[in-house]
Design a protein around this ligand. Structure first.
Ligand SMILES: *Cc1c(COP(=O)(O)O)cnc(C)c1O
Length: 360
């Protein structure tokens, strides 16, 4: 590192490495089943006649459409560059660097901790129990946290939360912390959304995204749902033009009646393929399904973890190794792809098992 950078770099950044996103880990490959993207690429149109103007901070065509979709008031919503920007905005708005903490429940989504670390905000961890349910008593025993991140359905376990547990946590932190429920995968578990509970809990915040069921990971568009005072605070921090004009145009089309109907069909198709993938994996010798399948991926335990992962990468089949996560030794996560991709994944695993002398 150059001297000037060494001298100036923030202390809290010295030990950090860039996030190992699925796309950074493997640039090549042919089947991308490692980032929980949708296998469907839908078509959109772009109108360039306003490209000479700065876009609106919160384009109403997008916020109104999403508010309608989520069943909240337009004042209870913020549109951001992906849910990831929502996570960072919450931390920057509600945590003082070098002083405050967030709480996470591993194994879970990595960006809560990474965003906190880059902002020099502390990360307290209360692991999920062995059945991946929330350890409510231990969570409520933490009194020095400003944000509690709860992912439901959880990435990478595919499990949801018990409603009584979450209500207890919301009530416990009513006057001390915001409880952020990350619903990135809610379209795959839509009966369990907390969007209808905003009026009951002033400290409830919900994260949503167009990256998963809406098949728009490349768009970078997400939403934060919360009561008006929370939204007003976030508006102090958000960039003046967070959403590029083409992004707003495409998001509006995705959220039209036609776009929403299309997503429903695609979610149904993915759910069907997911059951198939789960059954196939469960039937393989030495394989065990871990957690639940309430999102668009299947988590499984395989004694061959490392060698299998290498074999799949060698054949252009990219899934995600989760074995570094708490309580997930030897676990791999496969995103549900197209029917052909899922079949190819199972075929490759069968070949691998044959090669290593384990027969089905
Ligand atoms: C994918 C994912 C996100 C990020 O969504 P973006 O809108 O693409 O930033 C947030 N939370 C969870 C749990 C995710 O899996």
């Amino acid at each position: 590192m150059s001297n000037i950078v060494e001298t100036l770099l923030n202390d809290n950044l010295v030990g950090l490495k860039p996030y190992e996103s699925a796309r950074r880990l493997f640039a090549g490959g042919q089947d991308w089943l490692n980032a929980n993207e949708s296998p469907f690429a839908n078509e959109y149109t772009i109108d360039s006649k306003r490209f000479n103007r700065y876009p609106a901070c919160q384009p109403e065509a997008v916020t109104a459409a999403y508010a309608d979709y989520a069943g909240v008031d337009i004042s209870e919503l913020l549109v951001t560059r992906g849910a990831d920007e929502g996570i960072e905005l919450l931390i920057r708005t509600f945590c003082t660097p070098g002083q405050d903490n967030i709480l996470i429940c591993p194994p879970t989504y990595g960006m809560y901790a990474i965003s906190a670390e880059t902002c020099n905000v502390g990360v307290k961890k209360v692991p999920l129990k062995s059945d991946f349910s929330l350890d409510t008593a231990s969570i409520c025993a933490q009194n020095d946290v400003n944000l509690v991140f709860i992912c439901a359905p959880n990435n990478p376990t595919g499990t949801t939360v018990n409603a009584n547990d979450l209500e207890q946590i919301l009530s416990h932190f009513a006057n001390s912390a915001l409880v952020v429920v990350d619903e990135a995968y809610i379209e795959f578990d839509k009966d369990n959304t907390w969007a209808g509970q905003l009026n009951r809990y002033p400290n409830l915040v919900i994260l949503r995204t167009l990256s998963k069921a809406f098949a728009l990971a490349g768009l970078r568009c997400g939403f934060t749902l919360a009561n008006l005072p929370v939204i007003q605070a976030l508006l102090k921090v958000i960039a003046p033009y967070p959403l590029a004009e083409p992004v707003a145009q495409i998001a509006e089309q995705a959220l039209s009646a036609r776009g929403r109907a299309n997503v429903e069909l695609q979610v149904e198709a993915i759910n069907g393929h997911k059951k198939w993938l789960q059954e196939q994996l469960a039937g393989l010798p030495g394989f065990r399904i871990i957690g639940d399948i309430r999102a668009n991926f299947v988590l499984f335990h395989s004694v061959h973890n490392k060698a299998l992962m290498a074999y799949l990468v060698e054949h252009g089949m990219l899934i995600r190794d989760q074995s570094k996560q708490q309580n997930l030794d030897n676990c791999l996560r496969a995103t549900v792809g197209t029917e052909e991709q899922n079949q190819r994944l199972i075929g490759l695993i069968q070949n691998f098992l044959q090669q290593t002398g384990v027969s089905a």
